[in-house]
Design a binder for this molecule. Structure first.
Ligand code: NAG
Length: 289
């Protein structure tokens, strides 16, 4: 099965161990030992006003596999805040998730909170006025908590390829197994998460809803260069996060989103995605910064 040889059993044990550790044991232990005490600083010798960004690693075509990590880095770049990217597989923030940041000896977790704290600490003007800030917030939540979950569900058939892209350091002979089993289990988990978050749909309905989100986004964009203005705002960082991880990060993991974005209907949206990527990251939208 799965083209594996004599190492089948040990590979299987290796993989199950790896997956279990990554998804359950690490967060559990972190919680058990740290409780709700403040998490310990990773960078004790920090430089003033430099953001240390702890995140999931990326690929040759995306700075991270996680939409929320990309969003935070995009925001840092947009506002020319000095930062250092720290890829981690097992590190977790106060909320047991990634990304988290450290800034001037303080820990902040959850991308939405991180962006708010950075805005406050650096006294940033992130939108041109209150009305666009309000719309920005609504679209930001649409992307991160609706479109995101539709994408999670649509992505299920190609999760194995994404797992492969993220499984750095795994020996090549284990890859087929890691990709198949990891893809299966993570795909199940992602689909379940999507279903609780936005609803249980059949494929036709789900595709219709995903297309509808893209349509609304493209309508909001209109003839502007960025979603709410001629210059990027916070919500463009959110959009780059979602589409950067789902569309750009693993080109071989093609799913329905790719068909939509590459259809003539969404040509303006596709141009926008390329524009926001280049405007914020230049040619550095990749893992090796
Ligand atoms: C909502 O978005 C936040 C990022 O701002 C993310 O951490 C969270 O998992 C999302 N929740 C759901 C149910 O999609």
């Amino acid at each position: 099965m799965l083209g594996c040889d004599c190492c089948c059993i040990s590979s299987f044990v290796y993989l199950v161990g790896l997956l279990a550790i990554a998804s359950k044991v690490v967060p559990f232990l972190v919680k058990k030992f740290k409780g709700n005490k403040p998490v310990e600083l990773q960078e004790k010798d920090y430089k003033k006003d430099v953001v240390y960004l702890y995140q999931f690693g990326g690929t040759p075509t995306a700075s991270s596999l996680s939409p929320f990590c990309i969003k935070v880095e995009a925001f840092l770049r947009l506002h020319s805040i000095k930062f250092e990217r720290r890829n981690t597989f097992t590190g977790r923030g106060q909320n047991n998730l990634l990304p988290f940041i450290e800034l001037n000896g303080e820990h902040h977790s959850d991308s939405q909170i991180i962006v708010r704290r950075l805005t406050q600490i650096f006294k940033l003007k992130t939108y041109q006025d209150e009305q666009s800030a309000a719309i920005g917030h609504a679209v930001d939540r649409l992307l991160d908590n609706h479109t995101f979950n539709l994408i999670l569900m649509a992505k299920q058939p190609v999760v194995g390829k994404v797992v492969e892209a993220g499984a750095v350091g795994v020996p090549a002979f284990l890859m087929p197994l890691v990709s198949t089993l990891g893809g299966y289990f993570m795909g199940q988990q992602m689909a379940a998460r999507g279903a609780t978050s936005v609803g249980k749909f059949n494929e036709v309905d789900r595709n219709e809803l995903l297309r509808n989100d893209l349509l609304q986004l493209q309508t909001i964009l209109g003839k502007k260069k960025f979603l709410l203005a001629e210059e990027p705002t916070t919500v463009d960082c959110t959009a780059l996060g979602q589409f950067g991880s789902a569309y750009f990060a693993v080109p071989s993991a093609r799913f329905h989103l790719h068909n939509l974005i590459e259809s003539s209907e969404f040509a303006p949206l596709k141009e926008y995605l390329e524009r926001v990527k280049t405007r914020i990251y230049g040619n550095e939208f990749c893992d090796n910064k």
